[in-house]
Design a protein around this ligand. Structure first.
Ligand code: CUO
Length: 675
């Protein structure tokens, strides 16, 4: 037997197969793999890999290397599940490594990367092994075509020392109002967050019926995370609230719930480059309508959506769902939203996919293939078919508003919070102030920033040294909350400080009714606070937010000593540069809400853990319970008691509202490179 190697890159990120591999595995040649994918002859070190029995990839090979991969297509999801199972069930690291090598050279690259990353995130023995970062591996999913072409030119024609960051002029048309929101929808950090979220919370692995008990248990470990269904609802609800906030800042109305029986007015033309598979993402022209899909291996019927949504609404109104055995499962106050989240998404934890179907995923699939429903033009997916890019398309927000309306319908059936569930006796929030760098008090300041990102690793040619792409994104000035709290009880207390922000006026310029404003609140931060007796001012910096991850983490500039598993999980988090909406040059009137709730009612049974606990609100905490016992979105997740029509009427003494403004300045700041 000839030895098999992998190349070990300078950052330990290489999974590169030595040419020897093909010699020992000629059977894959028939699949069109005639050369090693990206064997790096300049690799610093080659590591010999133990040869273990070659697994059978069987059906997984049916997804060709040059096809697109979509988790929203049931067959692809099943194949991904099978591959995750293969990686997950490898008895040790040697087997995993050799199997990954085989898989990398013969399977679809997107499917391979997804399945390996999910498996490595969950295997205890791979937490110190680095997987190439997504944006490094697939820059074609994030960088527009013009920039990609220039980056390639630069790599070939210009020596390392003479290179300059590549920057392309933005293409924003005044004729298309939706272009005003491009900075949000096309933001790389926003899209990376969404991709990471779905990686950390996969829909499921392959069907459970054909598995052993041990395999079922292992699968559950991957999918069955604490309150995953509820988090599906909450994270996406917050994305819509944030998007609507930005729309109001840009003089647009809130996004409309998608009526999928009608034509979709907004078009979307992706500007992304050609994919590694050689395909480009399909455009979606205006005024197309959902149609039955009759694509090879993907047959879907629009009528099914109606059937599933009717069944889900019936369950909501009935207060219970029916499981596969015909038993009624109550949608209780504590568990109902989690059950519905898994049903509506749907994930492998759905109680009844036969009855409630696969609603949300199917919507992505219908829209992702709307340009060519019967595949007559042989044109593969639009961006809605890929969670790494779906947030670029305006229809993403319309579809998710439709989905969120179901959750809101359910929340409206729950009893309103009582005074004792809202108030914290003895605690009064008596003042709030925002102190923002170089800004008047109670003003958030936003501006543009440009950052350089090294994309050399994802470009398919032999090059040395970094190649920087310079991209523009929103940013805000650092700020501090100053919160004055009066603890007039007889002892020191502990509380949870919850900070939210919402526009002060609705889209017609009138003050909100509480019912409408409550779903506009975006979470900015949530943290535990020790409350000494008497009055005290507590400070909190914006970068400490438990909603966001730092710019460096979003773009994965990490220290060698950090393990990649932590990093892969920690890649999930709203990008910090998008914490504060854009605002307006005149100042966008907003309301900052602070509440301190009783920690005794908030705490969960276990400690947070040392690492990766910085973006728990939208992403949960790795291997831990969700770090807040209250319903996600509390206290704005339910309708108010009778008689409460405004935010002021909703307040108890432990809550306070401060008028603030968000002032946008059209200046551009240049940030250093991230690599
Ligand atoms: Cu995150 Cu529709 O689930 O995209």
């Amino acid at each position: 037997h000839q030895p098999v190697f992998i190349a070990k890159g300078p950052k330990k990120t290489a999974f590169k197969v030595c040419e020897e591999y093909l010699k020992v595995n000629p059977r894959y040649k028939c699949l069109g793999v005639s050369h090693c994918n990206s064997f790096d002859k300049n690799a610093e070190e080659l590591v010999e890999v133990k040869r273990t029995p070659i697994p059978s990839f069987d059906e997984i090979l049916e997804l060709k290397r040059d096809e697109n991969f979509s988790l929203f297509i049931p067959k692809h999801r099943r194949l991904a599940g099978k591959l995750i199972d293969i990686f997950w069930n490898m008895p040790d690291l040697d087997h995993l490594l050799f199997t990954a090598m085989c898989a990398r050279d013969c399977l679809n690259p997107y499917l391979f990367h997804y399945a390996l990353t999910v498996a490595m995130l969950h295997r205890p023995d791979t937490k110190d092994m680095a997987v190439p970062t997504f944006v490094e591996f697939f820059p074609d999913k994030f960088v527009d075509a013009k920039a990609l072409a220039e980056l390639k030119d630069q790599a070939i024609l210009i020596s390392e020392n003479s290179r300059k960051p590549i920057e392309v002029t933005e293409e924003v048309s005044d004729k298309e109002v939706e272009h005003r929101l491009m900075y949000f929808r096309e933001d790389m950090g926003v899209n990376l967050h969404h991709w990471h979220w779905h990686l950390v919370y996969p829909h499921g692995t392959s069907d459970l019926e054909d598995k052993t008990e041990a395999q079922v248990e292992a699968t559950k470990k991957i999918v069955d995370k604490d309150r995953r269904g509820e988090l599906f609802y909450y994270m996406h609800q917050q994305v819509i609230a944030r998007y609507n906030y930005e729309r109001l800042c840009n003089d647009l109305k809130k996004t409309k719930k998608l009526d999928w029986t009608k034509e979709i007015e907004e078009a979307y033309f992706p500007k992304l480059g050609t994919l590694k598979t050689g395909m480009s993402y399909a455009a979606r022209v205006a005024n197309q309508k959902f149609q039955d899909l009759d694509r090879e291996e993907d047959k879907r019927y629009v009528d099914e959506l109606k059937k599933w949504s009717d069944q889900i609404y019936a369950a909501i109104h009935h207060g219970s769902v029916i499981d596969e055995r015909g038993c009624l499962i109550s949608l209780t106050e504590s568990k109902g939203i989690d059950i519905l989240g898994n049903i509506i998404e749907s994930s492998a934890l759905s109680h009844n996919r036969t009855l409630y179907g696969d609603l949300h995923n199917t919507g992505h699939d219908f829209i992702g293939n709307i340009h060519d429903p019967d595949n007559r033009h042989l044109k593969s997916l639009g961006v809605m078919g890929d969670s790494a890019m779906a947030m670029r398309d305006p229809v993403f927000y319309r579809w998710h508003t439709y989905i969120d309306d179901m959750f809101q319908e359910y929340k409206a059936t729950l009893p309103h919070y009582s005074e004792s569930q809202l108030n914290y006796p003895g605690i009064t929030v008596s003042a709030i102030e925002v102190q923002s760098h170089r800004s008047p008090n109670n003003t958030f300041s936003t501006f543009w920033q440009k950052t350089d990102l090294d994309l050399s690793k994802g470009l398919d040619f032999d090059t040395k040294g970094p190649i920087y792409w310079r991209f523009k994104h929103l940013q805000h000035q650092p700020f501090t909350y100053k919160i004055t709290v009066n603890n007039h009880s007889n002892s020191n207390k502990k509380g949870t400080c919850r900070i939210f922000l919402a526009p002060k006026y609705d889209e017609t310029g009138k003050p909100w009714s509480f019912r409408d404003q409550k779903i506009m609140f975006i979470e900015l931060d949530k943290f535990t606070i020790d409350l000494e007796r008497g009055q005290k001012i507590y400070s909190r910096e914006d970068h400490e937010s438990t909603v966001t991850i730092s710019f460096e983490k979003t773009f994965r500039k990490f220290q060698e000593e950090e393990s990649s598993a932590e990093f892969n999980f920690c890649g999930c988090g709203w990008p910090h540069h998008m914490l504060i909406p854009k605002g307006t040059p005149e100042g966008f009137a907003s309301q900052l809400f602070v509440m301190i709730s009783n920690y005794e009612d908030d705490k969960v049974a276990e400690e947070l853990g040392e690492t990766c606990n910085d973006a728990g609100s939208y992403c949960g905490i790795k291997n831990k319970m969700y770090p807040d016992r209250r319903a996600m979105g509390y206290p704005f997740d339910r309708l108010p008691r009778n008689g409460v029509d405004t935010l002021q009427e909703f307040l108890t003494p432990n809550m306070r509202v401060q008028d603030v403004t968000i002032k946008f300045s059209d200046r551009i700041d240049i940030h250093g490179p991230v690599n």
